[in-house]
Design a protein around this ligand. Structure first.
Ligand code: NAP
Length: 259
């Protein structure tokens, strides 16, 4: 087992890609902790995780709220007094429209969750990882963080910031044996991408099917990628198999965007 007894926190672990990561980690022997805001979905995913690993835990938390993140880490400290792996996966899509139509409040909400939520969790985790002189952080960015994304400027900016945060923390904490990498998914099959296609279709006056086809046409593998395919990359980066890697932003995009 690649993560036997490692304590791993996955934010946004109650659905979608986060749920797939949590299940993959539990199968590899990790003591998984998941967090998100929707308590009912957290309970459902926790029940699923516990069938694989009875150690699994779930704590409702808004990662954009500094005090709630501190409370979450106090629970982890009480339970295990350490954290080996942090996956910053929680994020929101934000508005789909031109910049001129966006409000400051819409921008702030996206940055508060996608960027500051990642910062708050990294800071608490690093406070535990630093004395242990080991740890792995995987930040889920997006290919939009490299290319930009039309009509979704706050999201694209927040994901670019996550890539640069990753590189900075990798440099700061590398000498202490702590690795920090990012994964940049492309269009991943699931509820979220359906919402994205619906919003894009509305904004451009096309059908949802046309919005999906536009994305598929830009993808060399000519299909959406599965959440389990992203989870496999996150598992690799969190495990000792990636012991020589830090500061990287790895695309899982079906070939869309090759830098
Ligand atoms: N799906 C894609 O095509 C795609 C592409 C590129 C990148 N990504 C990235 O991959 C990650 C997961 O995406 P997904 O498709 O699985 O999205 P999703 O289905 O919308 O799930 C997002 C998760 O984040 C949680 N979350 C949102 N705001 C939160 C907050 N303030 N505090 C705590 N948890 C919060 C949600 O739970 P609650 O709502 O219950 O809080 C949910 O568990 C995101 O970082 C996303 O940007 C996805």
């Amino acid at each position: 087992m690649k993560l036997k007894d490692r304590v791993a926190l996955i934010t946004g672990g109650n659905q979608g890609i986060g749920r797939s990561i949590a299940l993959a980690f539990a199968k590899e022997g990790a003591k998984v902790v998941i967090t998100a805001r929707n308590e009912e979905r957290l309970r459902e995913t926790l029940a699923e995780l516990k069938r694989i690993s009875p150690d699994a835990r779930a704590f409702p938390t808004d990662v954009g709220d500094e005090l709630q993140v501190q409370k979450l880490f106090a629970e982890i400290r009480t339970l295990y007094d350490r954290i080996d792996i942090l996956v910053n996966n929680a994020a929101i899509t934000g508005p789909t429209k031109k910049l001129a139509e966006m409000t400051a409040a819409e921008w702030m909400e996206v940055l508060q969750i996608n960027l500051l939520g990642t910062v708050f969790c990294c800071r608490e985790a690093l406070r535990l990882m630093e004395p242990a002189k080991r740890g792995a952080i995987v930040n889920i960015s997006s290919v939009a963080g490299k290319t930009g994304r039309v009509l979704r400027s706050p999201y694209a900016a927040s994901k670019a910031a996550v890539i640069n945060l990753t590189r900075t923390l990798a440099t700061e904490y590398g000498p202490l044996g702590i690795r920090v990498n990012a994964v940049c998914p492309g269009a991943i099959d699931g509820e979220r991408i359906r919402r994205v296609f619906a919003a894009k279709a509305k904004a451009l006056g096309i059908t949802v099917e046309e919005a999906e086809q536009m994305r598929v046409r830009e993808t060399p593998l000519a299909r959406l990628i599965q959440p389990s395919e992203v989870a496999a990359m996150v598992l690799f980066l969190a495990s000792d198999d990636a012991g020589g890697m830090t500061g990287q932003a790895v695309n899982v995009t079906g070939g869309r965007e090759m830098r």
